[in-house]
Design a protein around this ligand. Sequence first.
Ligand code: TXA
Ligand code: MG
Length: 332
Amino acid sequence: MARILPATTQAIAEAVAALRAGQLVAFPTETVYGLGAAARNAAAVERIYAVKGRPRGHPLIVHLPGPAALGEWAVASELAHALAHRFWPGPLTLVLERSPLVPDVVTGGQETVALRVPRHPVAAALLTAFGDGVAAPSANRFGRISPTRAEHVSAEFEEDLLILDGGPSEVGLESTILDLSGVEKGEGIRLLRPGGVPVAAIEEFTGQRVLLPSDLSAPERAGVPRVSGSLASHYAARAPSELVAPAALIAAAHAGGQRVAVLALQAAPQGFAGEWLQLPSDPVRYAQRLYSALRQLDAGEPTRILIEAVPAGAEWLAVRDRLTRATARGGA
Ligand code: TXA
Ligand code: MG
């Protein structure tokens, strides 16, 4: 059974002891909850794949106590150091050439490693007390909705697992992932996953354009390291979900019958009998609530979930990315 503990000093000490003993610990970050193992302990990291049902070869992010540890885990360029000092702690993951100490099981055998320093105080306290890297994917079963609360984590796993409760995640969507591993070869900064740090903030800070997946040619895309969050179908509810244009939403909801659930920006029409959740029209506040809302709708076991399409602006990029994947059929 999973055990949720409020993240007191004592609970954090217990979590550190568990990590040292090679056990898994779920912990809050500002993006989503993570399922952590001591990153240098290959056997412990192996358990993450087993518990999540995650295919091998989908590499994990190593969470560090601070930017000072960067050089230990990766070969870091000046650009990497600059980005780390500007955006860490925070929702930014950097993919860099790995150092020899990183176990293969963490990187999926690739020559790169993903690193991040979370800013959630409980994650920071855990990492500082542990004093080393913690490999952690989002604490959900593979392909499912990422958890933004401790109870979401306990609903995912049957296993005996310590879950530190640090309240709801403030960002609500996973970190932005930048691949810097091709920068020295002149390949530029590549966005692997939009997330908590906007692309515009990276571009403003570096003075460089960030290459979006859509900017790359097919052979270039094939060369980009595997990102499980980039599979077409991911972050999905159990019920079939589809995106619906704002103007078509009310008609689609009525046509769908009682068991249809709706996630919308607009208010429910008078007399709508099914479940209708309205999210804030500000993208940051929408992102905070999205995963929780999808879980809530899914729990009612609707026949379908209709999701109102969000605006086209850059500030909605990460939300649009997750909605597209949450509503994609089949894998890629
Ligand atoms: O916000 C987050 O990033 C959360 C919290 C817990 O930190 N973590 C998270 O982990 O979202 P996960 O495993 O669900 O997603 C990490 C993504 C995966 O899609 C993985 O393939 C990619 O990072 N990744 C990890 N190492 C990589 C590497 N060396 N090259 C390319 N992608 C990598
Ligand atoms: Mg994930």
